[in-house]
Design a protein around this ligand. Structure first.
Ligand SMILES: [Cu+2]
Length: 138
């Protein structure tokens, strides 16, 4: 292999990583799939659900960011095929939730100070970067 060919392969590899590295479009596609799975499970869209719903799917929170009032409840629903997840406001000093399985959910009361709070999935935040954000409003 000539040096130029090697550079070409390297560039192609880098380009492939850039294209598949979890950009905004990939997140949108993922969340569209998650929504389709929610509808299949519940027979209704997640939008307008009460309590408001965040989907956990393929190592992502959908939507990635949600806003809700302090003291209100958010329902985190696992719409995955076989992976269990948890919900953990680690930086806020909260305990991690139980792990919950496909079709199951966890309701979290937002007893958090107003502001942005990162929410992690316990088993997947370190290696799969499964993180979301909840903006608590007064
Ligand atoms: Cu997870």
């Amino acid at each position: 292999m000539t040096p130029m060919t090697r550079v070409g392969f390297l560039l192609a590899a880098l380009f492939t990583v850039a294209l598949t590295g979890g950009g905004v479009r990939a997140q949108d596609d993922l969340c569209a799939e998650a929504e389709a799975r929610y509808r299949a499970l519940k027979g209704a869209p997640s939008a307008g659900a009460n309590p408001p719903v965040v989907l956990l799917y393929n190592y992502a929170f959908c939507p990635r960011e949600v806003r809700a009032k302090a003291g209100s409840v958010i329902r985190f629903v696992n719409v995955d095929k076989r992976t269990s997840h948890s919900v953990w406001f680690k930086a806020a000093g909260k305990a991690e939730s139980e792990r919950f399985f496909p079709g199951e959910h966890v309701d979290v009361t937002l007893d958090l100070a107003p502001g942005a709070h990162e929410v992690l999935c316990g088993p997947h935040w370190e290696h799969q970067n499964m993180r979301g954000q909840v903006v608590v409003t007064p």
